[in-house]
Design a protein around this ligand. Structure first.
Ligand code: GRF
Length: 202
């Protein structure tokens, strides 16, 4: 049976688009039921509009406290009642209670080979550190930042002439392959989480 997924994005939403396209192509056996965003100016909203996906804007700035914002976000997520919540460039750190409510049902993509270079500007961190291989990681979300069990990692070379932007572009191309693939595996019920390790059933 088709899974129901919801995407959370704050910005341009190119990974969201890759997921929309993979669903439309029949690669991911799912329906995207909602885009949830904290940013009323997110380009992801236009992408959702074109694909006919309902949008929920939960504007962080319109809340008096972080707790009030999180309550509203939690309610919106529960209302959608998705099988999988996909963080795609969602720029707010989610509170522990919210993350626990969706344990095993929320995934994130990070533009680095975790556990290296967590947090913001991962590609810049990779350049500054001088690594020769970089990439992206799709992982389940747990209470710690960029830390949950790893589902897939794709790598790219770091070239001598690279700067943060050229490396980010090369990684992003792979993100657009890695994320739909990881979501497909989830939607096909092929992921077993054993401690920190995720086994992919064939
Ligand atoms: C991507 O690099 C993703 O890995 C990171 O945020 C960026 C989002 O890009 N978490 P986009 O909005 O999907 O284009």
């Amino acid at each position: 049976m088709k899974k129901r997924i919801a995407v959370l994005a704050s910005g341009r939403g190119s990974n969201f688009q890759a997921v929309i396209d993979a669903i439309a192509a029949g690669t991911i056996p799912a329906a995207c039921e909602a885009l949830i965003t904290d940013n009323p100016g997110a380009y992801a909203i236009e992408r959702a509009g074109k694909a006919g996906i309902p949008v929920r804007v939960i504007d962080y700035r319109s809340f008096s406290s972080r707790e009030a914002y999180e309550r509203s976000l939690l309610a919106a997520m529960q209302e959608v009642d998705a099988d999988l919540y996909v963080l795609a460039g969602y720029m707010r750190i989610l509170g522990t209670d919210l993350v626990r409510s969706f344990s095993g049902k929320m995934v994130n993509i990070h533009p680095a080979l975790l556990p290296s270079f967590t947090g913001l500007h991962a590609q810049r961190q990779a350049i500054l550190h001088g690594v020769k291989v970089a990439g992206c990681t799709v992982h389940f979300v747990d209470e710690n930042l960029d830390c949950g069990p790893i589902i897939l990692q794709y790598c790219v070379p770091v070239l001598d002439g690279d700067d943060e932007d050229t490396l980010a572009d090369r990684i992003l191309e792979r993100e657009h392959e890695c994320y739909p693939e990881a979501i497909r595996l989830f939607c096909e019920d092929r992921l077993d989480v054993i401690g920190r390790r995720v086994r992919i059933r064939s």
